[in-house]
Write a protein that binds this ligand. Sequence first.
Ligand code: GRF
Length: 191
Amino acid sequence: MNNKIAVLASGKGSNLKAILEAVARGDCCAKVEVVICNKADAGALQIAKKAGVPHVYFINPKDYVGREAFDAACSQVIQDADCKLIVLAGYMRILSESFIQTFPQHIINIHPSLLPSFIGADAVGDALRYGVKVSGCTVHIVTKELDSGPILAQSCVPVLIEDDHASLHARIQEKEYEIYPDVIDKLIKDS
Ligand code: GRF
């Protein structure tokens, strides 16, 4: 069983941290082999290095002419490291179709809403503005339609009257840290 995964992240990396912690506890059978960030200051880079992830890269989109070329560089790294599952964890870039086709059904994402509600970049803010009373997070397979692939897992949280963006996002993220490592574990065991 190939349990090597590549995690792509752009931000603070708390989902990456949760995955690494679940692996260390023995609750997730993945091996985080590659971490790629498209932002030099992404917290995920430090988290990955501290955890001893073998291949940790900042790949600068400015060094590539266009999305396809950048994604090709990422996919080369992932294939060289023999990763079979690609885990998007706060990765704030649209993937090219050719990248998605290179790893069909093997790219997953976590989104901070109960899809299909509130696709897009500010799902937490959109949920607050809409006034929903329940929100949550969704793990889904990545397809070429944004935030719209088959759903693998969801978890819900209440939206409280006093919530702001930070408090609601924090409540949702607590659920993310539970379901993402679980889904990864299951996908590897089922593969
Ligand atoms: C998460 O809320 C995730 O749902 C969304 O981006 C955020 C990433 O957070 N796609 P972090 O960088 O893992 O802390």
